[in-house]
Ligand binder design. Structure first.
Ligand SMILES: *[C@@H]1O[C@H](CO)[C@@H](O)[C@H](O)[C@H]1NC(C)=O
Ligand SMILES: *[C@@H]1O[C@H](CO)[C@@H](O)[C@H](O)[C@H]1NC(C)=O
Ligand SMILES: *[C@@H]1O[C@H](CO)[C@@H](O)[C@H](O)[C@H]1NC(C)=O
Ligand SMILES: *[C@@H]1O[C@H](CO)[C@@H](O)[C@H](O)[C@H]1NC(C)=O
Ligand SMILES: *[C@@H]1O[C@H](CO)[C@@H](O)[C@H](O)[C@H]1NC(C)=O
Ligand SMILES: *[C@@H]1O[C@H](CO)[C@@H](O)[C@H](O)[C@H]1NC(C)=O
Ligand SMILES: *[C@@H]1O[C@H](CO)[C@@H](O)[C@H](O)[C@H]1NC(C)=O
Ligand SMILES: *[C@@H]1O[C@H](CO)[C@@H](O)[C@H](O)[C@H]1NC(C)=O
Ligand SMILES: *[C@@H]1O[C@H](CO)[C@@H](O)[C@H](O)[C@H]1NC(C)=O
Ligand SMILES: *[C@@H]1O[C@H](CO)[C@@H](O)[C@H](O)[C@H]1NC(C)=O
Ligand SMILES: *[C@@H]1O[C@H](CO)[C@@H](O)[C@H](O)[C@H]1NC(C)=O
Ligand SMILES: *[C@@H]1O[C@H](CO)[C@@H](O)[C@H](O)[C@H]1NC(C)=O
Length: 704
């Protein structure tokens, strides 16, 4: 709206109100009353909060939301505050507001006002407080607001304002609190911000503010909260922030700030929270950070910070949470961290840290969450960890830790998540990990553990995931596991387990992933497996299982990966396989299955790999396999007794990378299109293989 039309429609409204007043025979209502009625005429007051705004009153001073001055110095009572907060009002705010020149407080917050903020508000030159937050105001911030030289608080948050923060903001020389988060404000922070000597709070998160942080911010010596998270700020953090000695909160996460952390940050000795995560910061953590005596929360994660963690970190004796994860930190974990009595959370995962885990950490009586995963740490898990009573989450995966797990782990702490996977840990699984009945995740996969799974683990009721693959564990499949109501994952692959898979497996109602591959499980697959209605992954490859495949397994209709390969299953592949429409991997390779391949295989439209080589299937290849349009990884039918034509329909498997039909008695011609042949990374249709022909309509013979 340009100012011309604004004043025209404003004049019109005033006229309408005047005519109305004359018609109703009223003489008394003062000028400010008219202005308020004109404002009301543009508002929609569904819940009748403003019904007592009566044109017959001589003044608006008794109207709801309105207060007048009580000073006797002025001959007339002037409206000094207007508060219609939280009245479900909608519509727009008219320019008449600018006529209320004695206003000190204007609160329109928590309504549904839309349209622009009227620039005329700038005429309310005595305003101390302006709350327009939590509405649907759109448009830009009018530069005229800069005229509000007495304004101390300006709250515009949770609107739809766009455009830049006007430079004129620097003229609001009394401003203490500037709140404008959750809008679409753009442009850069005006340099004039340095003129706001009284500024205490800047909260402008969740906007589109770009550019770099002006050095002038260092002139706002009273700034306590500096919040601009989730914007598009770039460039370095200016060293001038070191002058902000009263600052308690530095909240700039989720920007694109680059460059190193200025050592001057150590001069901000009143900081309680530093949240600089999710930026592009580089360089070292300055040692001066240790001077920020009262710091409670230090979040530097997800940057590109490198160098070593300074030992001065140990001077932060009030720190509760320290998170340096997902950076490029090198060197050791400073033992001085053990000096921080209140430390509750320490996340250093995904760095390049080396050396031993300092045993000094064991002195941290309040430490509850420790994650040192994905580093290059060596040496043992400190024995003292087992006595840390508050520890609930301990993640040390993907390191090079060795030695045994301290045997009393779990006795003194309510362990909840324990992940030591991908290390070189030896010895046995401590039997008390679940002693406090709180354990949900136990991942000790890819280590060198031996012995049985302790009974107290297999009967741990709270357990959701049990992941022990790639160790040298022994024993049989405990039926206790089948009573754990929340268990979704059992991964025991590549160990030395033996004995049968018990029929009680059918009680594991919640089970989604069951991986028992590469063990010594024997006997037949129990038909109760069919009760696992949530099973997504089932892998019993490379065991010593036999007998026929129980039909009930095809009741597990959510299966995506079914791998029974390298066992001794016999009998035919039943038509019921067609009841597994979600299948992506189907492998029966290297068993003793016989009979015909069921054409219904062609209905498994999500299949990316079909592995049934190394059996005794006979008859022809069903042409329906040509319908498996998702097949990409491989189709392997080799080493069977298949005969007859290779159906030309296989030529439509456009994504397929590997096709193995060798070692059968297939004698037919396969007409392929270029695309098929081009995508095939490896083809073996024959024995010995025939050369590939890069021409259209390639004829490939397959003969065993
Ligand atoms: C009006 O003033 C009175 C007395 O100062 C105060 O209690 C009341 O909250 C004020 N109302 C508004 C709407 O500002
Ligand atoms: C306006 O009134 C609401 C209550 O309706 C109150 O919570 C709020 O503090 C008032 N605003 C001002 C600026 O006094
Ligand atoms: C605001 O509107 C909601 C329904 O949209 C209603 O439940 C609530 O009572 C209204 N509040 C006021 C203060 O009018
Ligand atoms: C009020 O503000 C408008 C727009 O900012 C301006 O054009 C107008 O002259 C002002 N009126 C008075 C009386 O100051
Ligand atoms: C800064 O804050 C202090 C303490 O709140 C106050 O005394 C002082 O007047 C403020 N300075 C400015 C320029 O606002
Ligand atoms: C701020 O920190 C820097 C570097 O750490 C230091 O040289 C400087 O003297 C400090 N300035 C003040 C005012 O404390
Ligand atoms: C701040 O920290 C640095 C480095 O640790 C130190 O040299 C300096 O003396 C400290 N300054 C103050 C004021 O504590
Ligand atoms: C940190 O990274 C910067 C920028 O990539 C590089 O110049 C500097 O040498 C690195 N410092 C260390 C200690 O690796
Ligand atoms: C485990 O230790 C062996 C030597 O015993 C070493 O070769 C291997 O790299 C180590 N693996 C891990 C993941 O630390
Ligand atoms: C299973 O999970 C549910 C939901 O998370 C939880 O309320 C319940 O306590 C858990 N059961 C056991 C035995 O831990
Ligand atoms: C499971 O499969 C068997 C054999 O295919 C069938 O007889 C039975 O009705 C199925 N059970 C359920 C619950 O679908
Ligand atoms: C292969 O099939 C042909 C007929 O197509 C048959 O004569 C021959 O005996 C078969 N060879 C073997 C090894 O089964």
């Amino acid at each position: 709206m340009d100012p011309g039309t604004a004043s025209t429609s404003w004049g019109l409204q005033l006229g309408v109100v005047l005519v109305f007043l004359l018609a109703s025979g009223c003489q008394g209502l003062n000028h400010e009353g008219w202005l308020l009625l004109a404002l009301k005429s543009q508002m929609i007051d569904t819940y009748h909060h403003l019904d007592n705004w009566n044109p017959k009153d001589p003044s608006p001073c008794a109207w709801s939301g309105v207060n007048c001055s009580s000073s006797s110095s002025s001959s007339r009572l002037a409206v000094v505050s207007l508060n219609v907060s939280n009245m479900n009002l909608s519509g727009t705010v008219g320019p008449g507001i600018g006529g209320l020149t004695e206003l000190t407080s204007l609160d329109l917050s928590f309504n549904e006002f839309s349209g622009a903020i009227p620039p005329e508000i700038g005429n309310c030159s005595k305003l101390l407080l302006l709350n327009l937050n939590n509405n649907n105001f759109d448009g830009t911030i009018p530069p005229e607001l800069g005229k509000l030289a007495m304004l101390t608080g300006c709250n515009l948050c949770n609107n739809r304002l766009h455009g830049p923060i006007p430079d004129e903001i620097g003229n609001m020389s009394s401003l203490q609190d500037l709140v404008g988060y959750s809008n679409n404000l753009s442009g850069s922070i005006p340099h004039s911000v340095g003129k706001l000597k009284h500024l205490k709070t800047i909260r402008l998160g969740q906007n589109l503010i770009s550019g770099s942080i002006p050095a002038e911010i260092g002139e706002c010596l009273n700034l306590t909260v500096f919040g601009l998270a989730q914007n598009k700020l770039e460039g370095p953090l200016p060293k001038e922030i070191g002058r902000l000695g009263l600052m308690t909160d530095l909240i700039l996460w989720g920007n694109q700030l680059s460059g190193p952390l200025p050592p001057e940050i150590g001069n901000c000795t009143n900081l309680r929270t530093i949240a600089l995560y999710d930026n592009d910061l580089v360089g070292p953590i300055p040692a001066t950070i240790g001077n920020i005596t009262y710091l409670e929360k230090l979040y530097l994660y997800r940057n590109s910070i490198n160098g070593t963690i300074p030992s001065e970190i140990g001077k932060l004796s009030f720190a509760e949470e320290v998170d340096f994860s997902e950076n490029f930190l090198t060197g050791g974990i400073p033992k001085e961290l053990g000096n921080i009595p209140g430390l509750y959370l320490l996340y250093l995962f995904q760095n390049q840290l080396t050396g031993f885990i300092p045993s000094e950490l064991c002195g941290l009586r309040n430490l509850s969450k420790l994650d040192l995963s994905i580093n290059s740490l060596t040496g043992p898990i400190p024995a003292g960890f087992q006595y840390m009573t508050k520890l609930i989450q301990l993640q040390l995966f993907n390191n090079m830790l060795s030695g045994d797990i301290p045997p009393r782990f779990g006795i003194y702490s309510r362990l909840w998540v324990v992940d030591f996977s991908n290390n070189n840990i030896t010895g046995q699984i401590p039997r008390d990990l679940c002693r406090q009945s709180n354990l949900i995740l136990l991942n000790l996969g890819s280590n060198k553990l031996t012995g049985n799974i302790p009974h107290r683990i297999t009967s741990c009721k709270s357990l959701v995931q049990l992941r022990l693959s790639d160790n040298s564990l022994t024993g049989s499949f405990s039926t206790d596991l089948c009573n754990l109501v929340n268990l979704t994952t059992i991964e025991l692959a590549r160990n030395k387990f033996n004995g049968p898979i018990p029929p009680q497996i059918g009680n594991c109602n919640a089970l989604q992933r069951l991986n028992l591959a590469n063990n010594y499980f024997t006997s037949e697959l129990p038909r109760e497996i069919g009760k696992l209605s949530k099973l997504v992954v089932f892998n019993i490859s490379s065991n010593r299982l036999g007998g026929s495949i129980p039909l009930e397994i095809f009741n597990c209709t959510t299966l995506q990966r079914l791998d029974l390969s390298q066992n001794s299953f016999e009998g035919s592949l039943p038509n019921e396989v067609g009841r597994l429409p979600q299948l992506e991997l189907l492998s029966f390779a290297d068993n003793r299955l016989s009979g015909q391949m069921p054409p219904i295989l062609g209905k498994l439209s999500h299949l990316t790999a079909l592995q049934i080589g190394g059996n005794q299937f006979s008859g022809g290849i069903p042409k329906e396999l040509g319908l498996l349009s998702s097949l990409q990884i491989a189709m392997n039918l080799s080493y069977n007794n298949l005969s007859g034509n290779i159906p030309s329909e296989l030529g439509s498997l456009a994504l397929l990378e590997s096709l193995f039909l060798n070692n059968n008695n297939l004698t037919a011609l396969l007409e392929t299109e270029d695309s098929v042949v081009d995508n095939l990374a490896s083809v073996d249709l024959s024995h010995p293989p025939l050369p590939r022909h890069p021409t259209r309509s390639v004829a490939l013979w397959a003969r065993s």
